[in-house]
Design a binder for this molecule. Structure first.
Ligand code: ZN
Length: 498
C-alpha cells in the first residue's frame, strides 16, 4: 500500500471522527440535553468544527493530494481509493477558499439571527428581521466572491448541497414542472370537508408503536437504529451502524407516521453506505437531493400508495379506533393524498409542495442578483404565491417568515427538496421496471426487495461519485422532470376523476 495514501486516509479518518462526534453532540443537544446546556454545547460544537476544518484545509493534505496524482492514475476510477482521492481533492479545493473569519462570521450571524427570526415570525414583523436578512445575504455575496469559474452566482450556493449542479439546469427542470403543475393543481384541488376524522384523537403511544411497526417493515433494525422525540424531526448518524431518527407527535393529526417513514428513508440511505467507506468522507449520502429522493420515496411513493395501505390500514384503524373505527380505507386514502393549496410549505401536500419550493428558488436567485430589494420581499412573495397557488396570504408569519433557512444563511438549499421529488420517481420507475411485483409485495407487507435494490444500487455508493454520476449509474440518465409529472398526473387525475 502506498505510504502517502495511508497517511491521507489516517488524517481523513480522524477528521471524519470529529465530524461524526459533532453530529452526535447535535443529536444529544436536540433530543436529550436539558435546555441549560445550550451555551456550553454551542462552544463545544464550535471547537470541534474549528479543529476539523483546520485539520482538513491544512497544506499537508494538499501536498498529499498532489503527491498521490500518479498513484491515483493507476487506480480504477470506480475503486474506493480513487474515489476517496478524487472527492477529497474537490472538497479540499472548495473548503480552503473560504477564509476562517468569514466562515466564523456566517456561523455567528446565523446564531444571532435565529431568535430574531423566531420572534419576528411569531409577531408577524418582517421589519425587525430585515437587517439580519440583509446581513445574511451580504455574507452570502462575500462567500460567492471566494470562488470563480461559475456561470451564475447562485451556482456556488447550490453547489454546497448539490455538488456540480448548475442553476440553469434546475431552472429548466423547474420551469417544466411549474408549467405542468399549476394547471394540474387547479384541476384536482379539492376541499377537505370530508376529512374531520384526520384530526384524531390519535393517542401518542399508539402513534409511536405504529410508526415503529411501519419502519421496521422498511428495514429499521433496533440493533442499528433509534427513534426519539424532537421539535423539528431529522436523521443523524455516527456511522453506518448507528442511525438516529427523530420524530414528533401531536394527538390531533397522524403526520408522525409519514415523518417516521421520511426520516427512516434518510436513515436507510446512511445505513446502506458500504462499510468499506466507514470513517472516510465518502461515508454519507451523496447530496441533499439524492438524500431527499430516498426520504420521499419511502414517505410518498411507498407510504401514500394504495398497496401500502391495503396492508397497513386495518392495523392503523385498529390502533386508532376512536378516530378511524368507522372510516373506510378509501376515505382515508383520499384524505392523505388530498391536493389543497395551503400557506405552509412543511404542511403542503405532495403536489403543491413543489410550487412552494419553486417560489423560493426564484426569489433566492433574484435576491442574489439584486433584482429585488429585500424590503420588497414580502410583497414579491405574496404576489407570486397567489399567482402559483391561487390563494392570497393573510400575513408574513405564514408567508415569507415561515422558514428557518434564510436566518441561518441557508440560501440554495430549498431546490434540493423538489429535485429530490423528481429523482425519487426516476429511481422508482427504474426499480419497478426491474421488479414489477413490488406493488404486490407491498400489499403483503413486504418491502425488503425494494430496500435491497436501493441498497445495492444507490446507498452502497456513498459519496464515491458526483451526484450526477450517481444518478446516471442508478437510472441511466440525468435529471428529468417528466417521470415525476407523469406520476402526479396519473395518481391525482385518478383521485379527481373518482
Ligand atoms: Zn428530508
Amino acid at each position: 500500500m502506498n505510504e502517502r495514501f495511508v497517511e491521507l486516509k489516517d488524517r481523513l479518518a480522524e477528521i471524519h471522527d470529529l465530524r461524526r462526534a459533532q453530529e452526535v453532540l447535535f443529536w444529544d443537544q436536540t433530543v436529550m440535553m436539558p435546555p441549560g446546556g445550550g451555551p456550553v454545547r454551542g462552544a463545544q460544537l464550535t471547537t470541534l468544527d474549528r479543529i476539523a476544518h483546520e485539520r482538513f484545509i491544512a497544506p499537508a493534505i494538499g501536498k498529499l493530494l498532489d503527491e498521490l496524482g500518479s498513484f491515483e492514475d493507476g487506480l480504477d476510477y470506480d475503486s474506493d481509493d480513487a474515489s476517496l482521492i478524487r472527492t477529497t481533492r474537490r472538497d479540499w479545493d472548495k473548503a480552503r477558499r473560504v477564509p476562517a473569519d468569514l466562515a466564523a462570521e456566517m456561523v455567528g450571524a446565523g446564531a444571532e439571527a435565529h431568535d430574531v427570526w423566531a420572534k419576528a415570525r411569531e409577531e408577524n414583523d418582517f421589519a425587525t428581521f430585515l437587517p439580519h436578512l440583509e446581513r445574511a445575504l451580504d455574507l452570502k455575496r462575500r462567500y460567492i466572491e471566494c470562488f470563480d469559474g461559475y456561470d451564475e452566482p447562485y451556482d456556488i450556493l447550490l453547489d454546497d448541497y448539490e455538488p456540480g449542479m448548475k442553476t440553469a439546469e434546475v431552472r429548466t427542470v423547474f420551469d417544466e414542472l411549474k408549467t405542468a403543475l399549476v394547471p394540474l393543481i387547479a384541476e384536482v384541488a379539492s376541499s377537505d370537508e370530508d376529512d374531520g376524522f384526520m384530526k384524531g384523537p390519535f393517542p401518542i403511544d399508539a402513534q409511536h408503536e405504529t410508526s415503529l411497526r411501519v419502519i421496521e417493515r422498511f428495514g429499521y433494525d433496533p440493533q442499528f437504529f433509534r427513534l426519539d422525540l424532537t421539535v423539528h424531526p431529522f436523521a443523524a448518524s455516527s456511522g453506518t451502524q448507528d442511525i438516529r431518527l427523530t420524530t414528533r407527535y401531536t394527538d390531533h393529526d397522524l403526520t408522525s407516521i409519514f415523518t417516521a417513514m421520511h426520516e427512516c428513508g434518510h436513515g436507510l440511505y446512511e445505513h446502506g453506505v458500504s462499510q468499506s467507506l466507514e470513517r472516510t468522507p465518502l461515508c454519507h449520502g451523496v447530496s441533499s437531493a439524492l438524500h431527499e429522493s430516498q426520504s420521499r420515496m419511502w414517505e410518498n411513493i411507498v407510504g401514500r400508495s394504495r398497496p401500502f395501505w391495503n396492508y397497513f390500514y386495518p392495523q392503523v384503524q385498529a390502533a386508532f379506533p376512536e378516530a378511524l373505527g368507522d372510516v373506510e380505507q378509501e376515505r382515508f386514502y383520499r384524505a392523505i393524498n388530498r391536493v389543497k393549496p395551503s400557506y405552509i410549505r412543511v404542511d403542503a401536500d405532495e403536489a403543491t409542495y413543489n410550487l412552494h419550493i419553486i417560489l423560493r428558488f426564484e426569489l433566492e436567485q433574484e435576491l442574489i442578483a439584486g433584482t429585488i430589494a429585500l424590503k420588497d420581499l414580502p410583497e414579491a412573495w405574496n404576489a407570486r404565491f397567489e399567482e402559483y397557488l391561487g390563494i392570497p396570504l393573510p400575513s408574513d408569519t405564514v408567508g415569507v417568515l415561515q422558514d428557518v433557512h434564510w436566518s441561518g444563511g441557508g440560501f440554495g438549499y430549498f431546490p434540493t427538496y423538489t429535485l429530490g421529488n423528481i429523482i425519487s420517481v426516476q429511481i422508482w420507475e427504474k426499480v419497478l421496471s426491474e421488479i414489477p411485483t413490488l406493488p404486490a409485495q407491498f400489499e403483503a407487507g413486504e418491502f425488503g426487495e425494494l430496500h435491497e435494490w436501493l441498497r445495492s444500487n444507490l446507498y452502497t455508493l456513498g459519496r464515491k461519485f458526483t451526484p450526477q454520476e450517481t444518478l446516471e449509474r442508478v437510472v441511466g440518465s440525468g435529471i428529468d422532470a417528466k417521470p415525476y409529472i407523469g406520476y402526479l398526473r396519473e395518481k391525482l387525475g385518478a383521485l379527481a376523476a373518482a
